[in-house]
Design a protein around this ligand. Structure first.
Ligand SMILES: *Cc1c(COP(=O)(O)O)cnc(C)c1O
Length: 382
């Protein structure tokens, strides 16, 4: 009988320079926020992806909370977002008293169904928060059209979407995170580029640039003071301590230096899964993750979608029994213990469908071709 070694769902990948950059930061004596490595990372993102002002945060959750403060969310304001997402997408606005208006996913992918958004816009609607699930773009043309027509902010939850692109109807290709008024990224150890915990707010709308920096620095104009723009520094607004230590940024910088290698490796893993499983999935009525036209793949997640909860769970069990840690993903937020009693919208059948039927396979830099073939052969052999 074949014996199997344990295959984890995720393993954080260290590129090699993390410790030496952290050591450099420690020896420099400057380990609080907004130091050398923070600036290196922020400039890297601004240049490589044509982002507006970038501010590192301690998480994507924090970056979402900053965006919520920046657009002055007040009790009763409405914020439109998919229900198939992580809790932080909602919590950031709930914390400021917003009502969340959840939208279904599409039949084709877990992303927000943009054809259902317009009918949900009211006088109280303040923002739309598209989530680029698995790093694959939402239909941003329609979201930006609605944003202009109804004067709404767009905050891209790009937690999973580093190094992924969208080609709009004018033929322009833009990095995810550069399209909305704001976007938020995560460097949690489960993402493509990591710093343990970590995140970033991107401020594309220039009019929020200065205030973003103030909110980031506990409501003070400290940064303007250090740049010599004001002659004293003090308390000028609400804010919090959203900026990470430069030690976190030093770790992140080591990752960013290897961004291309990491992405290339992840894409080759993704492609091997696809090639090994495509025929099998076609024959067995399993939906394989496909990348639509005008959108790119950043190989954040490789997923399969089964016909029912029972089929999905039995595949998870089959893989787990052979020591492969395959997992499901989000549970509909509108049905969560916290929100179900506040939810008075329509049924969201596609969101529920993905909660019940989506399965994610292990995907990380150090996953070997042999391990991938072990996984795909377990899937294919009954
Ligand atoms: C990971 C993730 C977050 C949260 O990121 P943190 O950095 O852990 O706060 C938010 N939204 C989405 C869609 C995510 O995948």
């Amino acid at each position: 009988m074949k014996t199997y070694n344990h295959i984890a769902f995720n393993k954080p990948y260290m590129t090699g320079n993390e410790l030496s950059y952290i050591e450099d930061a420690v020896r420099s004596g400057k380990i609080s926020g907004n130091g050398k490595y923070t600036k290196l990372c922020q400039e890297f993102f601004q240049e490589k992806f044509n982002f507006g002002k970038c501010l590192l945060t301690t998480s994507c959750t924090d970056a979402l909370e900053m965006a919520s403060i920046l657009i002055n969310i007040k009790p009763g304001d409405e914020v439109i977002m998919p229900s198939y997402t992580f809790v932080s997408t909602s919590n950031a606005f709930i914390l400021r008293g917003a009502k969340i208006v959840f939208v279904d996913s599409t039949k084709e992918s877990p992303n927000i169904d943009v054809s259902k958004i317009e009918q949900l816009i009211t006088k109280k609607t303040k923002a739309i928060v598209p989530v680029h699930y698995a790093g694959v773009a939402c239909d941003m043309d329609e979201i930006m059209r609605l944003s202009e027509k109804y004067n709404l902010y767009v905050i891209e939850d790009a937690a999973q979407a580093i190094n992924s692109y969208y080609t709009n109807n004018k033929g322009e290709t833009k990095a995810l995170g550069s399209i909305g008024h704001f976007s938020t990224f995560s460097f949690h150890e489960t993402k493509n580029i990591i710093s343990g915990e970590g995140g970033m707010l991107v401020v594309n709308d220039k009019k929020f640039k200065d205030r973003a920096e103030i909110i980031w620095e506990k409501g003070t104009n400290r940064n303007a003071f250090f740049r010599g723009e004001v002659d004293k520094y003090g308390w000028v607004d609400i804010g919090s301590s959203f900026l990470p230590s430069d030690l976190i940024a030093a770790f992140l910088w080591a990752q960013l230096e290897k961004l291309e290698d990491i992405q290339q490796k992840r894409k080759s893993i993704w492609n091997l899964y696809f090639n090994e499983l495509n025929d099998y999935c076609q024959e067995n009525d399993i939906i394989i993750h496909k990348i639509p036209k005008h959108k790119t793949n950043n190989a954040h997640i490789f997923y399969l979608v089964f016909n029912s909860l029972k089929e999905r769970n039995s595949m998870i069990k089959k893989l787990n029994n052979k020591k492969v840690n395959a997992v499901f993903h989000y549970l509909s937020l509108h049905k969560s213990e916290f929100y179900k009693n506040h939810y008075n919208g329509e049924e969201l059948p596609w969101c529920d469908f993905y909660s019940n039927t989506l399965l994610r396979l292990p995907l990380y830099f150090e996953l070997t071709n042999e391990e991938i073939k072990t996984i795909t052969s377990i899937i294919k052999n009954d």
